[in-house]
Structures are given as C-alpha cells and as structure tokens.
Ligand binder design. Structure first.
Ligand code: ZN
Length: 404
C-alpha cells in the first residue's frame, strides 16, 4: 500500500500467506449502450449511436462522448429514458450507465444554447374506445426557452407547431389543413395525467408553465396523425469497435492480478502515518511460490447491479505443462534455489450460469499420467484438449521439484 499523500509517502508492506490466487479474468464481452440523438431541428432525422461503456461510466461520460462525436456543447444535451411515448425519467449527470437496462430507450435531446427552461411536448391521438380517451403516440419532443419570462399562448403556438407539425399526415398537408384545427393543446404537471387545462390560441394569455411541464398535443382524428414520421432513424456505427476474437491467456490474468490499482471511494485505506483514510495505491506481488499452486478465476460479478450481474465465460488459455512464474516471483533468494515451474494436475469446472450450475473436475492420475473427467458418480477418460475450456474455474498446479 502506498499513501497518495506526497508529504507522507508511507509505504506499507504486508506478507500474507495465500491458499490460492484469485485472479481477475479480462472480459471479452463488451457492453454497448445505444442512444438516439434528437437534434434541435425537428426536420433532422434522428441518429442512433452505440457507445462502448465501462463500469464507472455515468450520464456525464455519455454526454462527453456524444458531444465529441456530434460537435454539440455537452451543456446543451439532456438525457431521457423514454417509455410508452412519454418521458419516464430525466437522467442526471451522476446516474450510472450500468443501471440502464438493455430494453430501455435512451434519447439525448439537444437544447438551445443558454436554455433556462425546457418543456416537453407529447403527442396523443384521440381514441374514445380507450379507457383514458386517447392513445399516446410518437416521440416526446423538447422545447427550450432562453429566458424565464412568462409565456403567452400566442408565443407558444408557433413553438408547438414547429415541434409537432411533422406528425401531420400527408393527406392533411395535401388538403392544406391547418395544424390548429387538427389538434387540441393542453398542459400537464405529469406526463401520465389524462387531462389538464386547455390552451386556446384565440385569446392571448399567460400560460403558467414550469420547467419540465408537459404540453400535450392531442390529434382529434387518427387519420390526421402520421405514424411513420419517427421511423426515419440513421444508425451510426462506432468505428472504434474492438476486435472481440482475441485470446485471453493465464498470463493476462496474472498480469492483471499484479497491476497496481488505486482504491475507490468507500474502500479507503487507513494510513497509520498520517492517521487518515486515503485512496491509496495497492499492489499485489508474489514473494515466493508454493509447492502446490491453486489459481481461482474470478468469473462471477454480482456487485454491479442487474445489468451486469453475470458470469464471465471468456476462454482462458493456460499451460498444462510448464507454467513458469519466474517473472512474478519477487524473492531472488527463492528463485536462485527453486525454479517456479509448474505442471497441471487438476481443474475444477463450473458449468451453467449465475443462478444455477454444476461442478465437475478433470484430474490426472500420477501413476499412469492419464487425464480423467469426474462428473458426480461417473468417471471417464479425457484428453488434455478437453481440459482448456471456458468452464475452467480453478486450476491446480504442482511445482516440478515436488515428488509425490
Ligand atoms: Zn499517509
């Protein structure tokens, strides 16, 4: 452990005997988040982007990444989880991306520079056969205001028209119908409210609207509404998509194990010199290596919430004979006496998922040097090729100098 405090510089070394080495397995499964970007101009088609995301990423990270891609100031992006044609929730900068589920529809809206207030416009089609008297339709749109002055009905109409006119069916456009005649506009404090006060454009009065209130455009006839208007989405592929077919070796896992890490919040180390909890740097090393070496692959990750709670099934290549730990063993005295070369004699296999699984094992008979597969009460012959599988969970190695 190294105290991050420059003046303190406390280095604490602890020797711990170990039963087994618990090594991380790099994941080949890459988590992607798909979002749809909605430009300020309602005539622009929507753009779908997919981002590679990491465990620590938040909405703030997403905004930064998108902002670099589309050259829009990140302060002018707001992020919503859209559900059933309505805003389910507005997401905050600190919200973790790992809590977003694959089925969620995330939309990033561009707002105007210097926005102080936004209003959401939702579309509905009047339908008296429905319990509530309407059916939600289309994608919510966001309108932004750059001042806090009261808004009058007369100012509001062109803004609402601009955000919603694109939903007008072609047939209505052809007969030159006017937007005002086809819809009824109301406003709500919550998106799921059925009805709110109506806004009539014949008189010019102040509408008492707060930030994030909803304006509801209810199309009076199904025929007036163009269902296909939102279907025009450009899909932009991430060019930096990494190659997923790389091989992971036991060396990769051991390298990760000995990589220095900086402790995270809520996991501080108490420095005995400066008497404070610190985000210290931590590093594991192997001082000398045991006669029998047990390696455990950390394949289960249950700490990241629903989205990522899963088993890492990456295939790890490991040597059956001649695993050499020389570069990892730190005691020169030990190295000068015993070469840390190991041969495999057993593997524990975990089959199945997080919720249920089954353990089997491979073992080598030291008398006839043959491999066997042990599955509950049955034992069968096995070839060394069967042993290296994505189910390998624990490896049992014996140092070469040890006689049995
Ligand atoms: Zn310290």
């Amino acid at each position: 452990m190294v105290c991050p405090d420059q003046e303190c510089g406390n280095v604490s070394i602890t020797f711990d005997p170990f039963m087994f080495l618990s090594v991380p397995v790099p994941s080949l499964e890459i988590t992607y988040l798909e979002i749809t970007f909605v430009s300020l101009n309602p005539e622009d088609s929507m753009k779908k982007y997919s981002f590679k995301i990491e465990e620590e990423d938040t909405i703030s990270t997403l905004k930064t990444k998108l902002s670099q891609k589309i050259q829009v100031n990140r302060a002018n992006l707001i992020v919503a989880d859209v559900y059933h044609n309505s805003i389910f929730r507005w997401m905050k900068d600190g919200d973790s991306l790992m809590n977003i589920r694959k089925s969620d529809n995330i939309f990033v809206y561009q707002i105007e520079e210097g926005t102080v207030k936004t209003l959401t416009v939702i579309q509905r089609v009047k339908d008296t056969s429905k319990y509530q008297g309407y059916e939600p339709k289309g994608l919510p749109s966001v309108i932004s205001f750059t001042n806090n002055e009261p808004i009058t009905t007369r100012q509001l109409l062109p803004i609402i028209k601009n955000s919603s006119e694109r939903y007008m069916a072609q047939t209505e456009k052809e007969r030159e119908a006017s937007f005002e005649q086809l819809v009824k506009v109301t406003y709500l404090k919550h998106a799921h409210q059925a009805n709110g006060p109506e806004i009539t454009f014949t008189d010019d009065v102040v509408v008492p609207l707060d930030n994030k209130d909803y304006l509801v455009v209810t199309w009076q006839s199904r025929e007036s509404f163009d269902d296909l208007c939102d279907k025009n989405v450009d899909i932009i592929k991430d060019q930096a998509e990494p190659n997923r077919n790389q091989n992971i070796t036991l060396k990769d896992c051991l390298d990760l194990y000995v990589t220095e890490e900086t402790l995270k919040e809520n996991n501080e180390w108490y420095c005995s010199k400066c008497k404070k909890h610190k985000l210290a740097r931590k590093k594991f090393d192997i001082w000398f290596s045991p006669k029998y070496l047990i390696i455990h692959f950390k394949r289960f990750n249950v700490s990241r919430g629903y989205f990522n709670s899963r088993k890492n099934t990456s295939l790890v290549q490991f040597p059956i004979e001649g695993l050499d730990l020389t570069e990892y063993v730190k005691s020169d005295e030990f190295l000068s006496q015993i070469p840390p070369i190991y041969d495999l004699y057993a593997v524990s296999i975990h089959g199945g998922s997080l919720d249920g699984g089954h353990y089997t094992a491979y073992g080598k008979n030291f008398k006839n040097n043959k491999w066997y597969h042990f599955n509950d009460s049955s034992v069968s012959g096995a070839s060394p090729n069967d042993i290296i599988s994505s189910g390998a969970y624990m490896l049992f190695y014996k140092r070469r100098d040890v006689q049995v």
